[in-house]
Design a protein around this ligand. Structure first.
Ligand SMILES: *[C@@H]1O[C@H](CO)[C@@H](O)[C@H](O)[C@H]1NC(C)=O
Ligand SMILES: *[C@@H]1O[C@H](CO)[C@@H](O)[C@H](O)[C@H]1NC(C)=O
Ligand SMILES: *[C@@H]1O[C@H](CO)[C@@H](O)[C@H](O)[C@H]1NC(C)=O
Length: 367
């Protein structure tokens, strides 16, 4: 530093050290101190945190509809604490659409529009890591998904691992993901392509338990699907219960309070305990239907696994059940109309018939 007078020189020195302090402070302030709602989670690897997932996150509507898995839309799901969004993506003449099994009767719109909602939520919630699990039911090419991500401006915040497969312990911490701005983790159940590393192959990284169970006694922790080393992979439990409608599995809101509970036979909490016993570790992802049934019990279960306190600042959404019990027989537990109570019998039969045809044609593999 070239100084003309001692006084100015000290001033300059002070200014320069102030500047460097400020620079340090600003680099410190970019370090996340709260991650997914908890300071304790910042230093934890993504692969060692447990997240609640919404099964068929986009399939939202009145619970009387057999194609509905959630009561509340993705924005509300995220507000309430859901951190994995599971989607079934169909290719309709080149357009990627969110349909439940059959686009002709259960179409929830373009993937890109859904992703835009995720983007705006993530913009308003910069200290959150969110995951998306895509069931690529029509084997659409990974670049087509990438186009939808780009259109929704999600590619820039998408995390791309350095190698296509990471063991659970190999994932970065939530804090570093948030600091780097790469805090959306997306998996494709098939069709992942190394040229698009932020669309990560699911089954080499995650194993799953059985799905579409209709008997809660069968919620277990044995490996159902994987393409990797299950001793080191992250794992997902499919903890949603179906009922049979015209002989076909459909979501079962009537039992959701029990299924989503923190304790008791058939509950999410009991399923997690089974996993601790069988696998020696808790699941990474807890995939549920009608997440708000149980009044937050699913988030309580995840918080207990993570060793944090579940204390939502605002009450979570209420179940949307008002009309399904009033429009039909008050006791929906047994007898006819099992399930689709608010739908007319003919509607319900027509829908069941469509599903049946689709199953017969091999269209439906995941409900
Ligand atoms: C996986 O679970 C399904 C039921 O969801 C069952 O039909 C199938 O046999 C299971 N496969 C394996 C390999 O366990
Ligand atoms: C689930 O529990 C909530 C809150 O206790 C209650 O309002 C609702 O009626 C229950 N739903 C069913 C289907 O039992
Ligand atoms: C229930 O029915 C009433 C009257 O038809 C309607 O205004 C309300 O939106 C319905 N609620 C739900 C959750 O479908």
């Amino acid at each position: 530093m070239h100084c003309h007078a001692r006084f100015y020189c000290s001033l300059a020195l002070v200014a320069s050290s102030l500047f460097s302090l400020a620079a340090q402070a600003s680099s410190l302030s970019t370090r996340a101190t709260v991650c997914n709602g908890h300071a304790e989670l910042c230093e934890r690897s993504y692969g060692s945190v447990s997240f609640v997932g919404a099964h068929d996150s986009y399939a939202v509507g009145a619970t009387s509809n057999v194609f509905v898995n959630q009561d509340h839309d993705v924005t509300q799901q995220l507000n309430d604490g859901v951190r994995m969004l599971q989607l079934q993506v169909h290719n309709q003449g080149g357009a990627l659409r969110l349909c439940h099994s059959i686009c002709a009767i259960a179409d929830s719109g373009l993937l890109q529009d859904y992703l835009s909602k995720v983007k705006s939520w993530m913009d308003s919630n910069p200290n959150e890591v969110v995951s998306i699990l895509i069931v690529n039911i029509d084997n659409s090419p990974a670049p087509s998904f990438d186009l939808a991500y780009k259109a929704a401006d999600l590619d820039g915040i998408s995390f791309a691992p350095e190698t296509p497969t990471l063991p659970a312990s190999g994932w970065p911490t939530l804090g570093s993901m948030i600091d780097s701005g790469k805090r959306l983790v997306s998996f494709l159940d098939n069709g992942a392509d190394p040229s698009i590393p932020h669309l990560i192959d699911e089954f080499t990284n995650i194993w799953e338990t059985a799905f579409n169970l209709v008997n809660p006694d069968l919620f277990d922790c044995t490996v159902n699907r994987t393409k990797g080393d299950t001793s080191t992979q992250m794992f997902l439990i499919n903890h949603f219960l179906n009922k049979l409608v015209a002989g076909l599995p459909a979501p079962d809101p009537d039992n959701a309070n029990v299924t989503n509970a923190a304790t008791g036979a058939g509950s999410l909490g009991a399923h997690v305990d089974t996993c601790r016993t069988v696998q020696g570790r808790p699941p990474t992802f807890l995939l549920v239907d009608f997440y708000e049934f149980g009044g937050g019990s699913v988030f309580q279960v995840a918080a207990d696994i993570n060793g944090v306190t579940y204390a939502p600042t605002t009450p979570i959404a209420q179940p949307v059940t008002a009309n399904s019990s009033t429009s039909s027989s008050p006791s929906s537990g047994s007898g006819s109309g099992n399930g689709a109570t608010a739908m007319s019998a003919s509607n319900s039969m027509a829908m069941a018939f469509s599903v049946l045809s689709a199953v017969t044609m091999g269209v439906v593999s995941v409900l």
